[in-house]
Design a protein around this ligand. Structure first.
Ligand code: ADP
Ligand code: SF4
Ligand code: MG
Length: 337
């Protein structure tokens, strides 16, 4: 693999964190009149070169967070409070033209179902070439040469031939590599991968994630790895953010998180990861005991084996712990209250 074939990263224009998400709230109107609060006060910063995993079950708000970072919450959803700042630009307030200039060049997203992402009437070379011509101003010949380098970098077999292939001629794994090549074409400073390898064969998934990590590291870029699979974060990330019902409930360095998880929901996730039925039984409130609780308390209370009266009355804040972790729980497992 020729990692050096990639163009050099775009210069950073500001000091401080690369990405800063502050008190971000996103809501979607619901036909019944009430709104779905998809994100409820997300605070997260990403440093240059850092890889942060975002985990949580389906519906937790992971994709909404990714889209809000891109400044692309789908209508009728909207950001109701807070903001996202990327390299000094407030993404949540940018005009469409200014945002389009950033997306695909400095900030790119990789999503699953790669074939759905690719235009069936364009060749692989045209897909990559269009991005290079639009964002880097290359002429047709230079774009083709650079596209070939990118296909080599993402370890596509027989890259010369694949340049002229159409999406239907690619396997799922190969199409995903092409989508990664497109996402990395302009050496973005931040790559967001939203469950990008789900649906692929486990071996192919591991190969692609390894490759993605190597390319991101080679580019000195940062990444947000969104996944339902906590094992992915163990292997690929520096920090992990656990999302539950639109809130970050735990944020920690990966080593700290796996050694000493603090939030009851994190332990439920880890029990599933460790295939430990005993651990899972111990930490899961039987469904029969789950109940609809009055709003205003902890969003995890209905499922939590540790809940106490205070949890029903008072929404826990995300509190900083010694060592740089943070947890949203009145009675974290490590004992700090
Ligand atoms: N386009 C949309 N319209 C209405 N509700 C949405 C839309 N997108 C997401 N939601 C709601 O926002 C919440 C979070 O969804 P999502 O961000 O897709 O979660 P995840 O990616 O973690 O599965 C869910 O309750 C979902 O129903
Ligand atoms: S605040 Fe209470 S209900 Fe919520 S996770 Fe912590 S112990 Fe459980
Ligand atoms: Mg999603």
């Amino acid at each position: 693999m020729s990692e050096t074939a990639l163009p050099s990263p775009n210069a950073t224009t500001t000091a401080g964190p690369l990405l800063s998400v502050e008190d971000l709230h996103v809501s979607f109107p619901h036909p019944t009149g009430s709104a779905v609060e998809a994100l409820r006060g997300i605070d997260l910063t990403i440093a240059r070169g850092e890889m942060v995993g975002v985990v949580g079950e389906s519906g937790a708000g992971k994709t909404t967070l990714a889209r809000a970072i891109l400044g692309m919450v789908p209508r009728p959803g909207r950001v109701t409070r807070g903001r996202v700042t990327f390299r000094g630009e407030v993404m949540t307030e940018l005009e469409d033209d200014a945002r389009r200039a950033i997306l695909g060049r400095d900030l790119s997203m990789i999503i699953p179902n790669p074939r759905g992402e690719l235009n069936p009437v364009l060749t692989v070379g045209e897909h990559i070439g269009n991005v290079l011509r639009h964002h880097r101003g290359l002429d047709k010949a230079a774009a083709r040469t650079a596209a070939l380098d990118l296909l080599r970098a993402v370890a596509i077999p027989d890259p010369q031939r694949r340049l002229d292939a159409y999406p239907h001629e690619l396997s799922g794994g190969m199409a995903q590599r092409v989508v990664i090549a497109i996402a990395l074409a302009c050496s973005p400073t931040l790559v967001i991968s939203d469950d990008a390898t789900s649906g692929l064969d486990v071996t192919v998934q591991a190969q692609i994630l390894d490759l993605l990590k190597a390319l991101i590291r080679a580019n000195d870029a940062s990444a947000i790895f969104i996944t339902r699979d906590i094992a992915v974060t163990a292997h690929f990330c520096d920090r992990i953010a656990v999302l539950y019902a639109g809130e970050i409930v735990e944020l920690a360095a990966v080593g700290t998180f796996f050694d000493r998880p603090q939030h009851p929901y994190s332990i439920m996730l880890l029990a599933a990861f460790a295939y430990s039925s005993e651990l899972r039984r111990h930490w899961t409130r039987p469904p029969a005991e789950e109940e609809t609780l009055p709003p205003g308390g902890c969003s995890f209370a209905a499922r939590c084996v540790r809940r106490q009266q205070r949890c029903l009355m008072e929404r826990p804040a995300l509190r900083q712990l010694p060592g740089g972790s943070a947890v949203r729980c009145h009675f974290p497992v490590g004992g700090a209250t």
